[in-house]
Design a binder for this molecule. Structure first.
Ligand code: HEM
Length: 123
């Protein structure tokens, strides 16, 4: 069970690297945004994150539900922004930067929350 959890953490961190990396590397772009990669990475984050929460309960190590709720809302926001941006880009529409920045911004905020929203750090 512990090995399964750590393997999921590896996939969760790889998904985070793709999502945040796609944003940082392409931050100066005005077109051709990597929405497809960001969409799949957000799906990976939501699914591995949900499985990690389930496993935490199975291992009697309940997570902070408020933190998980905030992370889920932000990851869902990133996914929705990536899906809308991807659809609009496929239809040749312009002004897609706000969707790219929303998806990437939500991911970066989630990364900061994941690491810094830690009770032990502030007590
Ligand atoms: C863009 C979305 C996300 C990003 C960038 C992200 C990032 C991270 C990072 C960097 C960690 C490691 C933190 C550390 O160990 O100090 C982590 C752990 C974790 N994340 Fe996420 N996450 C995201 C979405 C989610 C979602 C949606 C959920 C839940 C539904 C979730 C649940 C968890 C859990 C339970 C852990 C702890 C694993 C452990 O016990 O070591 N994450 N996340």
């Amino acid at each position: 069970m512990e090995l399964l959890k750590e393997s999921l953490v590896v996939i969760h961190l790889a998904g985070m690297a793709v999502l945040v990396g796609a944003f940082i590397v392409n931050m100066k772009r005005k077109s051709d945004f990597p929405f497809t990669a960001m969409m799949w990475a957000a799906i990976v984050q939501l699914s591995t994150g949900t499985l990690l929460v389930g496993l935490s309960y199975a291992l009697d190590d309940a997570p902070d539900n408020f933190k998980i709720t905030v992370k889920t809302l932000l990851a869902t926001g990133a996914l929705v922004a990536a899906i809308i941006g991807r659809k609009r880009q496929a239809h040749g529409e312009s002004k897609l930067q706000p969707f790219f920045h929303a998806a990437g911004g939500f991911a970066v905020i989630n990364l900061i929350i994941a690491v810094l929203w830690n009770a032990e750090l502030w007590s």
